[in-house]
Design a protein around this ligand. Structure first.
Ligand code: C5P
Length: 314
């Protein structure tokens, strides 16, 4: 048996560059792990079955769950090992909000890959695990890497940033509200395709270099300039999600008025976060938001940046 913590991520930066030949979007993102985590327990079974248990009503327990898909992927790729070790029962203790833009499902898949690599003695390197993870979802490789990283391509190419500051954040999400990631990207394409760079055009490389703006955020992270980090937060998907969800727009306005370093939607939303330098400042932002929005549907979490994506507990 093995227990793992699977951490959530927030996007400090998400810039959409253009279309890719595979139908996805070419992105530049900066992702950061936070210490809000699901607990994943892997129990080897003597039978070849895969079983998934989770008591959260919105989490599927069948083959559509990304953690379940992770098992199926390894079984398909390494049939000899699977025959030798049998199946596995995965129990997910869900703490990360679902459909939230926090990579909850992806981190569960990452933890499953990480754990089964050990339990089934597959001997895969982290790079190999990340390549497998990319087949499950664009955010899975980052969830395996953890910490702070630049993610390019469709989000699966990870360059870790080291020695970045450990800030705090308040995460806010309306429990009953979820945003579909495919919907967010599709809507963005409908509205902004005319701004996309023609990636196949060789001349576009220079244009691309001139138009990708993540350098300032990378610089701010490198110099631990918390004010600049707050100033350079960016998420292009806000342009389609905020107009479609007035509640999220108002939430962002309320949070931004509480004096943190900066406020942004994470991923395809609808989670909104405010960064602060210290946990005490985050606590004060959390209390102010709670006073101003008394809606019990609004869940608030105080988190710290962490350098870990997946952590083995036992
Ligand atoms: O990779 P993942 O399964 O998380 O992506 C979910 C959906 O988000 C994709 O099916 C696609 O519609 C959209 N997406 C995209 N470009 C990316 C990542 C995701 O268009 N780089």
């Amino acid at each position: 048996m093995m227990t793992l913590l699977a951490h959530a991520k927030i996007n400090l930066y998400l810039e959409i560059i253009g279309n890719r030949a595979d139908g996805f979007h070419e992105l530049v993102m900066i992702m950061q792990s936070v210490d809000l985590a699901d607990r994943i327990t892997l129990n080897p079974l003597n039978t070849p079955n895969t079983r998934l248990l989770c008591d959260h009503p919105l989490v599927p327990t069948d083959h559509t769950n990304l953690a379940y898909k992770a098992v199926m992927l390894l079984q398909k790729r390494f049939p000899h090992r699977t025959n030798r070790y049998g199946g596995v029962e995965i129990t997910i203790d869900k703490k990360i909000p679902v459909g939230a833009g926090l990579a909850g499902g992806s981190s569960n898949a990452a933890a499953t890959l990480f754990g089964l690599n050990v339990l089934w003695q597959l001997g895969l390197t982290r790079i190999e695990l990340q390549e497998l993870g990319a087949e499950l979802g664009s955010d899975v490789p980052f969830c395996l890497a953890g910490g702070c990283a630049i993610a390019t391509g469709r989000g699966e190419e990870i360059d870790s940033l080291h020695n970045t500051p450990k800030l705090s954040a308040v995460l806010a999400k309306y429990t009953s509200l979820a945003v579909s990631t495919p919907w967010a990207y599709k809507t963005y394409r409908q509205q902004f395709e005319h701004t996309y760079l023609p990636l196949k055009d060789t001349a576009s490389l220079e244009e691309r270099q001139a138009r990708v703006h993540s350098g300032k955020m990378v610089g701010a992270l490198g110099t631990h300039d918390a004010t600049a980090i707050g100033r350079h937060l960016r998420n292009d998907l806000e342009k389609v999600v905020l107009p479609a969800h007035a509640k999220v727009r108002q939430l962002k306005e309320t949070m931004a008025a509480q004096g943190g370093l900066g406020t942004l939607m994470s991923g395809s939303g609808p989670t909104v976060f405010t960064l602060t330098e210290t946990p005490d400042q985050a606590q004060s932002v959390l209390q102010s938001v709670r006073q101003q929005i008394s809606d019990p549907d609004l869940q608030l979490h105080l988190v710290q940046f962490t350098s870990q994506g997946i952590r083995q507990e036992s």
